[in-house]
Design a protein around this ligand. Structure first.
Ligand SMILES: Nc1ncnc2c1ncn2[C@@H]1O[C@H](COP(=O)(O)OP(=O)(O)OP(=O)(O)O)[C@@H](O)[C@H]1O
Ligand SMILES: [Mg+2]
Length: 370
């Protein structure tokens, strides 16, 4: 068999994976199907199980229970070095005593690839990460971003069907991170390899991924495209973790097909009912909320009285924090073409009930944010 396989993305199936450390479950029944060639991001707060999941796929951590298939074959019990997986971790350092060229050649040397093929592949991998001119430098002579690009070249040089990355850009400044995000996206497109990427940064996840799996306390809360997670969060935790949101809580009343919340003497309604017994909250995205001066005529819909607590100018729009009568805060984005408001102004917060997502209340959704 050719020691360096042709590049094709592998499917990954995690089936009810659990990992316990003593009595603590780092992973608690994680199931996820990743399609061949997909860019899947594992997103979640610190300690939610992202790295553990990556380590399980790589073979660095064994599972307590569950099944794991890579390329439709079970790899439970297969050691890490036999899984043919590329890995880039935040602190997975380059070999300091080897030049960039020898670092990148290393996986090929391990696989017994002949010199001519090795040289051609190293050159191709370094070109791909735009480090072609740096083959003779040593890691200590490179910037952090350059080192991560070399690490990426080393991970893709043997054409693995699967590439795992754990916060590879975590240590870099914002500008460099954004540029490398674009580079990683381009490399993914060019290779057709399956990418599994870990981050706790939701903007990075939205920017890179085909789909995102949202982790919380060792479980996956929801898997979907960025748009699905933003527009149709399945849980309050997901709604809070992805994008800005306002959560309205109050005394709830549901009849056949609508839900009303009474908030400090005012009532808002949404034309749906939450199934199940849990107490409902309404989640609203900032662009679905608008502001008016009190008493100004508004077209139907819901209104809540509030006071401007923060007004931030963002170039093309303004962002307001509105303090509501019950002490909670709402986040509103409004175009600069509309009326502007200043700190302390009394306002009415308006929204259409059909724009509210009804979700079961979950106090932990507010406290587990990073
Ligand atoms: N070897 C270990 N022994 C005991 N507990 C562990 C071990 N490795 C991880 N854990 C625990 O498992 C949980 C999940 O850890 P994991 O590293 O997967 O989190 P993470 O989502 O990657 O977080 P972060 O964003 O901080 O990197 C944490 O509570 C962690 O303390
Ligand atoms: Mg981690």
């Amino acid at each position: 068999m050719n020691p360096v396989q042709a590049s094709r993305g592998a499917a990954i199936d995690l089936e009810a994976i659990s990992k316990a450390y003593g009595g603590f479950k780092a992973l608690d029944g994680v199931s996820l199907r990743i399609e061949p060639g997909e860019f899947m991001t594992l997103l979640g707060p610190s300690g939610s199980g992202k790295t553990t999941t990556l380590n399980v796929i790589a073979g660095f951590t064994d599972v307590t229970s569950g099944k794991l298939l890579v390329g439709e074959k079970s790899v439970v019990g297969v050691p890490a070095h036999k899984r043919n997986i590329g890995v880039v971790f935040q602190h997975y350092a380059l070999f300091p005593h080897m030049s960039v060229g020898r670092n990148v050649a290393y996986p090929l040397t391990l696989r017994g690839v002949d010199k001519a093929t090795r040289e051609a592949r190293v050159a191709r991998a370094l070109d791909m990460v735009k480090m072609g001119d740096f083959a003779h430098r040593y890691p200590s002579e490179l910037s952090g971003g350059q080192q991560q690009r070399v690490a990426l070249a080393r991970a893709i040089v043997f054409d693995p069907p699967l590439l795992l990355m754990d916060e590879p850009l975590g240590a870099l400044d914002k500008k460099l991170r954004e540029w490398l995000q674009l580079e990683i996206k381009r490399i993914h497109r060019e290779l057709g390899t399956t990418f599994v990427y870990v981050t706790h940064d939701q903007e990075e996840a939205l920017m890179l991924s085909d789909r995102i799996a949202v982790f919380n306390r060792g479980r996956i809360e929801q898997v979907g495209t960025g748009r699905q997670l933003y527009d149709e969060p399945a849980t309050l935790f997901v709604g809070r973790f992805i994008g800005d949101s306002t959560v309205l809580r109050g005394e709830a009343r549901s009849d056949g097909n609508s839900t009303a919340l009474s908030i400090a003497g005012e009532t808002v309604t949404a034309p749906r009912k939450l199934s199940g017994e849990a107490s409902p909250v309404m989640l609203l995205r900032p662009e679905k909320l608008s502001l008016r001066r009190p008493g100004q005529s508004a077209s139907g819909g819901n209104r809540l009285s509030g006071t401007i607590g923060e007004a931030i100018y963002l170039g093309s729009e303004s962002k307001y924090e509105v303090k509501l009568a019950d002490g909670s805060a709402a986040i509103v984005r409004s175009p600069l073409t509309g009326e502007s408001f200043g700190l302390g102004d009394k306002v009415e917060l308006c929204f259409d009930g059909s724009d509210a997502t009804l979700l079961a209340d979950d106090a932990s959704a507010d406290t587990t944010l990073t």
